[in-house]
Design a protein around this ligand. Sequence first.
Ligand SMILES: [Zn+2]
Length: 259
Amino acid sequence: MTAASDILIEPIPAFNDNYLWWLSNGRSAVIVDPGDAAPVAHRLSQTGLQLTAILVTHHHGDHVGGVEALVRATGAHVFGPAAESIPCVGTRLSGGDRIEVLGHAFDVFDVPGHTSGHIAYYAPSLRALFCGDTLFACGCGRLFEGTAAQMLDSLARLAALPADTRVYCAHEYTLANIRFALAVEPHNTDLQARQRGCEALRATGTPTVPSTIGEERATNPFLRCDVLAVRERAERERPGSGASTIETFATLRAWKNRF
Ligand SMILES: [Zn+2]
């Protein structure tokens, strides 16, 4: 649970490892990427809040599966990426757009790579980033529709946000991501400490997210493709790839897929 000014931000677990992010201000609520309507409807009836908006980052079923049912039940307004086909979208967004949600401004970034029209939402006044399946805690999304160069560029844009920005990603993948990151950078002491911290959280069933942009810069190998140790490790994995940031990223992403 995170309180930022007047807004409470909480994860609603869904499926095996998804988090639907619930934002509320005591009167109204907003849900990000409702892959399943049932746990959101349950939270609405528990709290008595009105669902006023649904924010969608990309078209995958585990992010949009609950949209239609929630719109039917609540009339909530749906914001989603302009370049993807998503049910019930009332406002189609692309990079550079700014919307207002629960009295706070949310800036929209285009972050292609995982899907070609994927967007992220950043609320400067909340220091909060909702990035779907683009940036994960200590990892990044698979390249289903985009190129390595697109994803690297998308991640660089997110990594440039203030270090104290909280990263509300959509899955609890952190421990597996950290195991991979340690294969890339076994001597990164920040990463070793992050593993101990996250193992302790998971031992009690506590979410490891949100993390912060600062933590990700220090430990997420996909944001560290310009670091010499990471480049050298990529070079050992696929000779020739350590010479460029994009090829280092492509090598790490392909290696992670079979890790
Ligand atoms: Zn996805």
